[in-house]
Design a protein. Structure first.
Length: 283
């Protein structure tokens, strides 16, 4: 019997694949759904999502093809644009393929609290498929590129691909785990530990989708946006960044961060990778 082809992402060697849960797997993934070279064929739409999902469990080429069929064409969104409005009832879920977005809630007095940042490869509102009415908004923090998946098509995918359904479910579970980490950051961690935890989280999430490496990544967000993330003033955020620089833990300037001492940063943040569920094992 022919063995079913599966793969997981390999950071060290993108031409090969591995998975602790499937040690027998060591085959090159199909280039038409895997590598950045497939931009002309639309593979770029799937690239971050495939990296995200296959880091957690093996995907078959058939499942990757099914995901591609769900998504519409790429669309550019200007910074500051609401991708999802608070209270809306979207009929599709949105995949972020490039840029940064944020989930946010607005208070009656006009204040905004950002409750999560989204990076390439994230479905920014996959939960809207089940929630229907959104209790928060999603805004583009930078120029973004997105693709949408109609809920009617997602429903058919969940009926025809049970394993892929579980992987997408896991994606929303990890989403919830990120929210759970933000709660102690807002309520109990010091402001400096909160910022350190955010840097650790973003680096690890961006590393999965190959937007960060060697402790370096781009974070083109203003201090006003970071203030909304941390629930602080821009002056306070500026002091926190200066503090991390003074401790020689990182450099941060012109939208780029280089972590100079990961161990000290993680210790300061009390950062535990478990909530990102980065191990590759069956779901």
């Amino acid at each position: 019997m022919k063995q079913k082809q599966v793969w997981c992402a390999s950071w060290a060697n993108p031409e090969r694949v591995f998975c602790d849960a499937h040690p027998h797997v060591n085959v090159p993934p199909p280039r038409n759904v895997w590598t950045p070279d497939t931009l002309r064929g639309g593979g770029v739409i799937l690239y971050g999502l495939i990296e995200n999902l296959s880091r957690r469990d093996a995907l078959t080429p058939e499942e990757a093809a099914a995901l591609r069929e769900v998504l519409g064409p790429l669309q550019r969104v200007a910074a500051g644009t609401d991708i999802v409005r608070e209270g809306a009832r979207p009929e599709h879920s949105t995949l972020l393929t490039s840029g940064f977005t944020a989930r946010y809630s607005t208070l009656a007095v006009g204040g905004r609290q950002i409750t999560e940042l989204n990076v390439s490869g994230d479905f920014v509102d996959l939960h809207s498929f089940m929630m229907k009415q959104m209790d928060h908004g999603v805004v583009a923090l930078t120029e973004c590129v997105i693709a949408t998946a109609p809920h009617t098509v997602l429903r058919r995918l969940t009926e025809e691909h049970p394993h892929l359904t579980r992987l997408l479910w896991l994606d929303t579970v990890i989403d919830a785990a990120i929210h759970r980490q933000w709660i102690p950051s807002m309520g109990r961690r010091s402001a400096l530990a909160h910022l350190a935890h955010l840097v650790c989280e973003l680096y690890k999430r961006l590393e999965v989708v190959r937007r960060a490496t060697d402790c370096r990544f781009e974070l083109p967000l203003s201090q006003a946006v970071l203030a909304d993330v941390l629930g602080l003033s821009t002056v306070h955020v500026n002091r926190l960044v200066a503090d991390l620089r003074a401790r020689n833990i990182l450099t941060w300037g012109q939208g780029r961060i280089e972590i100079l001492d990961w161990d000290r940063l993680a210790e300061l943040a009390e950062f535990d990778l478990a909530f990102l569920r980065l191990q590759c094992e069956p779901v």
